[in-house]
Design a protein around this ligand. Structure first.
Ligand code: ADP
Ligand code: MG
Length: 349
């Protein structure tokens, strides 16, 4: 599909590196006060004199982190930006700039890279972030993308992983398990398509979960809400690997244990239906399915009134002493220890 077998498509080698960079980046404008100089010189110039600067970087490799047989390139561009902005939001910071580095094989046409950059541009616009640089290289196979995100935060507002205290409430934004259940559907349709390429699946019943997988949204709105509510999380992390593993990260960094209540987990009804269809345990999918890019954080008990009953937020547990470890508590009051691959121990329990 992406190979340049179609003569109406433009091969990237026909442009040369500099024309390619100009072409891909011409639609990007600078909007942030701290962006003094963007693309075009040997380095960008940023004025980071206000507050603290946070920096995060991520590598996305074809065949490891994404599969182009069901991931449209525009979505990949958008997702690459989102996964990085999510890390910046998880520090309670506002993202301001990104850089994008790209290694691309000659099976990609200019039109394919235009799609990728259309997704990157949309991500930048939606989150008011400036693209200020990057690097472009050829690759012998496939596509590799590296995104670096820079953000800004007042020192007293920073939420590290290490700040949770005993008795703090454990809170998560949005709902969980959607990206994982969407992936199950996409993998199944890929397998069906291999057998019968004429099959036109009706995926409308799975739209929410597929969107959660293909078009995740970094939770800028949650960071803005916390500011409005005047709540600074004592610790925070974004959910890229799965709830279980992120709780363990908070536990280790903060030296506290956690109690997590199964009945409090926010799950969309579509996710429950997909888990039934695939004979998966819903709690297992929520604990271990990654890529939801929701925010998981702790707040002091005194903040309870500010966050209770908010539709974007669910209180799912609390921090306790480290000695008790991290426990999932089910409807019968039984405790099941969380592990990084929680589904094994969960299924055995
Ligand atoms: P250098 O040879 O000094 O590394 P390049 O020719 O690679 O410079 O880059 C020229 C300019 O274009 C720089 O500002 C760089 O940050 C930017 N740039 C290069 N590749 C990309 C890309 N894929 N996306 C955005 N900006 C890029
Ligand atoms: Mg370069």
């Amino acid at each position: 599909m992406l190979e340049n077998k179609n003569p109406s498509k433009t091969s990237i080698s026909s442009l040369g590196e500099f024309a390619l960079i100009d072409h891909l980046t011409k639609a990007f404008n600078l909007t942030q006060k701290s962006s003094v100089l963007g693309i075009g010189d040997d380095a960008a110039i940023l004025d980071l004199s206000q507050g603290k600067t946070v920096v995060s970087t991520d590598l996305l490799i074809e065949g490891v982190h994404f599969d182009l047989s069901y991931m449209p390139l525009k979505h990949l561009g958008y997702k690459a930006v989102m996964v990085n902005l999510s890390d910046i939001y998880a520090m309670n910071a506002q993202p301001t700039q990104i850089t994008i580095s790209l290694a691309v094989s000659n099976r990609f046409t200019l039109e394919a890279l235009d799609e990728l950059y259309a997704g990157i541009l949309l991500g930048c616009k939606n989150h008011k972030v400036d693209l200020v640089g990057g690097d472009t290289s050829s690759s012998t196979s496939g596509l590799t993308l590296s995104v670096t995100a820079i953000g800004n935060v007042k020192e007293e507002k920073i939420s590290r992983r290490s700040g949770a205290k005993e008795n703090d409430l454990l809170v998560v934004s949005g709902d969980l398990g959607g990206a994982y259940s969407g992936l199950q559907i996409l993998e199944r349709e890929k397998a069906v398509f291999k057998v019968n390429p004429n099959n036109q699946p009706d995926l409308s019943n799975y739209a929410y979960s597929i969107e959660r997988q293909l078009k995740p949204e970094a939770r800028k709105d949650v960071i803005e809400l916390l500011k409005e509510l005047d709540v600074t999380p004592s610790s925070m992390i974004d959910i890229s690997d799965g709830l279980s593993s992120e709780i363990l990260h908070l536990s280790k960094a903060s030296q506290v244990g956690f109690h997590l209540f199964e009945e409090k987990l926010p799950i969309d009804h579509e996710v429950i239906k997909i888990c039934e269809e695939f004979k998966l345990n819903t709690t297992t999918a929520v604990l271990n399915g990654g890529e939801d890019y929701e925010l998981l954080f702790t707040v002091a008990q005194k903040e309870f009134d500010k966050i209770k009953n908010h539709p974007l937020l669910s209180i799912i547990g609390h921090a306790c002493d480290l000695g008790g470890g991290c426990q999932l508590i089910n409807g019968l009051g039984q405790q099941i220890e969380l592990t990084a691959q929680g589904w094994q121990s969960f299924d055995e329990a």
